[in-house]
Design a protein around this ligand. Structure first.
Ligand code: ADP
Length: 300
């Protein structure tokens, strides 16, 4: 089982000619409300990949539909608290140039209590995984407790907070970052330096660095007296139309394979295939491919 302590957002998407200006009131050309949040996206990817995923988080009690949507996609929602705080949401303006301007309200995503964390971890078994991103609260506490329970901790520090991330790394087994996050974490400004510095900076944990359309690098934890080789897996060449949730899809599929004790090379290849399929579709959760589609894509 994987316990994903993650954000759940409602993305309110408004198509506009230009971003609304000070004092202006403007009608939107279209409106869509979509399920989002890195946490929810990663839970959906895990579920679609076939993992047993329990999402831990909170939403407003009037948003039962969100739970129904997640359940329908295969995510266990029993550990999502329904509370009297608005569900996290984003107000997204999308202009004619396909640029966006976003207001984010964290809301219920930051309402997790330490008691809730304790209750969840009390039911986990040794060998289970805990997954976190950086869109919820209680991160440090959750990791410490998870480690004390003998659980494996995967951390995707997005959006990056370098100070928090460095503070919690001693509780992390697997760190997953994209290029920008890697550079921010290391305080360097080019990708080449970041990928050279990462493995030596954190030898006590395994690190996955996703490289967008280039693929992914894996730097395994260095065991005493053993030189563990890093891996590189190339991305699949596809026509990308929207890269939203590529990283989330990658993480869900990769962790699902690892939970099945698959080889890292196999896990990375499958995750690259899943995220390549994701970028060929518009949207977030809805763009995450099914396991059958990934298998078919890999067989081509
Ligand atoms: P994030 O979405 O977090 O920024 P990346 O951009 O690194 O993460 O993408 C994650 C993974 O998605 C990559 O490792 C790659 O396998 C896949 N991917 C991303 N963009 C493309 C693309 N244009 N073509 C094919 N695969 C892609």
């Amino acid at each position: 089982t994987i316990y994903n302590f993650g954000s759940i957002n409602l993305d309110h998407l408004y198509q506009v000619d230009h971003f609304v200006r000070p004092g202006e009131t403007m009608a939107s050309k279209s409106y869509q409300c979509l399920l989002g949040g890195k946490g929810a996206n990663q839970s959906v990817a895990l579920a679609k990949a076939g993992a047993e995923v329990k999402h831990v988080g909170a939403i407003h009690h009037s948003d039962q539909a969100v739970l129904d949507q997640l359940s329908a996609l295969g995510v266990d929602t029993k550990l999502i608290a329904t509370i009297d705080v608005p569900t996290g949401h984003a107000i997204i303006q999308l202009n004619a140039e396909a640029e966006n301007a976003i207001i984010l309200f964290q809301g219920a995503n930051h309402a997790l209590t330490s008691e809730q964390v304790d209750d969840v971890l009390a039911q986990a078994n040794a060998g289970d995984w805990v997954l976190l991103q950086n869109e919820t609260n209680q991160i440090e506490y959750t990791m410490k407790q998870a480690q004390a329970h003998g659980l494996k901790v995967a951390f995707n520090p997005a959006p990056m907070d370098a100070e928090l991330t460095k503070k919690v790394l001693s509780s992390v087994d697997l760190l997953i970052v994209n290029e920008v996050e890697a550079m921010d974490l290391l305080g360097v400004c080019d990708i080449e330096t970041a990928s050279q510095t990462l493995p030596t900076a954190y030898p006590d944990l395994s690190v996955l660095m996703t490289l967008g359309k280039a693929g992914v690098r894996y730097f395994p934890k260095q065991e005493a007296g053993q030189q563990m080789e890093s891996l590189f897996v190339e991305a699949f060449s596809v026509e990308a139309v929207d890269t939203t949730a590529a990283g989330d899809t990658f993480i869900g599929y990769c962790l699902s394979s690892l939970m099945n004790n698959e080889d890292m090379t196999v896990a990375l290849k499958r995750a690259c295939a899943a995220s390549a399929l994701c970028v060929t579709k518009m949207g977030a959760a809805s763009a995450i491919p099914s396991s059958a589609d990934v298998t078919e894509f890999l067989a081509k």
